[in-house]
Structure formats: structure tokens, C-alpha cells
Design a protein around this ligand. Structure first.
Ligand code: PGA
Length: 238
């Protein structure tokens, strides 16, 4: 596992964009795992800029997103479908049919998502943020690590953290569909970005505490190709 600390948020996210750019340059039909939240936005801005400059071509890329809320429409202003289209997909040349975002509709929704990842040959590079409670995707602290894609009951901490994306905290969905810990661990490479002081404790517990499902991100220490990109504030407790 690699840990890099940068002096500013912008540089931390740029380092992640460089990893995606390198992967795409070496494998034009890369399978990317994308994440939502505030953290990756500067990374997506850089990827869009690289594309606009003619440095990157996403025409053969296949993408899978980590998670999505249950019970809101795809075009809901706070859906992760909408987030990804506004912050990345509508600005690059990834074909619409190559984009996968979990959708909780249908009894076999989770199995179908895992199967689609498998059929694409697995994820080459997965981007992750980290929750203040150490979650990755919507894999919340629990007594056991999750396996494949599954439906999750969100914790109060995550609901409160995500209320900023909704009109009111009561509008935040209480459940979500998320790739599981096994799905994430199966990715060939992982890059986790953490920025800001609010993530310092989660980063400390992830890197220095026991590997434990109560800090889901801690399992990444067992991944053979995981890179943590931190700004100084997120690394301040290390
Ligand atoms: P954030 O969310 O980037 O909005 O802080 C990260 C996460 O919850 O995984």
C-alpha cells in the first residue's frame, strides 16, 4: 500500500487524475470505477480538462459507479446518476451505453450489477472517497465486511453528512445500493482520496487501527495495489 501526502487538496486530486490518465493511456479500453461526493470533483475537473486538451480519449472506457440511493429517480437533483452526468460524463466522450450506475429496481439488481462488472473483465482502477465513519462506497461500519453489491441501511452519520446535497435532512434516502467490500477488493488497482480535517480521524483509524469491519476502509491495507492520496489536513493525525 502506498500513502502520499500533498500540501493542498487540489494537488491531491490532481495526483488521482494522473493515475487515471496513465491507466487510460496504457489501456484505452480501461474499466474505471468512479465515486461520488465532494472529494473527487477536482479530480473529475482535471480529467475533463485533459480530455478537452486532447490528452485523453474515453471512447472505449467502461465505467461502474460505486453506489446510488434507493427510492429516488435517476433524474432527481441529488441522485448519483445526475451527479456523475453533471460532474463528468456529459463533459467527456464516454459512450452512454458504457456507463453503469447501480439501480435498485428489480429483485436481481445486485446480482446483475456484479455480473456486469465480471463481464467487463473486472475494474482496472477504482476511485474511492472515505466517509467520516470510515465507510467506502456505502459500506457502513458493521460487524462483518460485506461481499458483493447489496442494499444498505445508511447510518445516521452518513445521512447527516449527505444532508447538504438535499433540501432537508429528512429528504435523504435511508437506504442505498452499493458495491460491496469484496467487489472493491476485487478491483485491480484502487486509489483513495481523502481531503480535509474532517477525514483525519477516519484516515488515522484506517491506516493505524486494527483491520476491522467497524472501519470498513481498513481492509484496503490488505489490497495488493491500493494508493492513498491525502492532503495535509486529512493526514494531520498520522
Ligand atoms: P465526500 O464523501 O467526498 O462528500 O466527503 C465521501 C464518502 O462519503 O465516501
Amino acid at each position: 500500500m502506498l500513502v502520499h501526502v500533498y500540501p493542498a487538496e487540489e494537488l491531491t486530486c490532481r495526483a488521482a487524475a494522473f493515475l487515471f490518465a496513465a491507466q487510460l493511456t496504457q489501456k484505452p479500453d480501461s474499466v474505471f470505477g468512479f465515486a461520488t461526493g465532494s472529494t473527487p470533483i477536482p479530480c473529475y475537473k482535471d480529467l475533463i480538462s485533459f480530455y478537452e486538451q486532447g490528452l485523453l480519449d474515453f471512447s472505449q472506457v467502461i465505467s461502474f459507479n460505486l453506489d446510488e440511493y434507493c427510492g429516488i429517480a435517476q433524474d432527481h437533483p441529488s441522485s448519483y446518476h445526475r451527479f456523475m452526468h453533471e460532474n463528468l460524463f456529459s463533459h467527456i466522450n464516454i459512450p452512454k451505453e458504457n456507463i453503469h450506475i447501480p439501480n435498485s429496481m428489480g429483485v436481481d439488481a445486485c446480482e446483475r450489477y456484479d455480473k456486469a462488472i465480471e463481464q467487463a473483465g473486472g475494474i482496472d482502477l477504482q476511485l474511492l472517497g472515505i466517509g467520516k465513519n470510515g465507510h467506502i462506497g456505502f459500506n457502513e461500519p458493521d460487524d462483518a465486511f460485506s461481499c458483493g453489491t447489496h442494499i444498505v441501511k445508511l447510518t445516521e452519520s452518513t445521512i447527516a453528512a449527505n444532508a447538504r446535497f438535499f433540501k432537508d435532512e429528512k429528504d435523504v434516502p435511508r437506504t442505498a445500493i452499493s458495491m460491496g467490500i469484496s467487489s472493491i477488493m476485487a478491483c485491480h488497482s484502487i486509489v483513495l482520496i481523502a481531503t480535509g480535517e474532517s477525514k483525519a480521524k477516519a484516515v488515522y483509524d484506517t491506516l493505524n487501527g486494527p483491520i476491522n469491519p467497524h472501519v470498513p476502509a481498513s481492509i484496503l491495507r490488505l489490497h495488493p495495489n491500493a494508493t492513498f492520496l491525502l492532503d495535509q489536513d486529512a493526514a494531520s493525525m498520522l
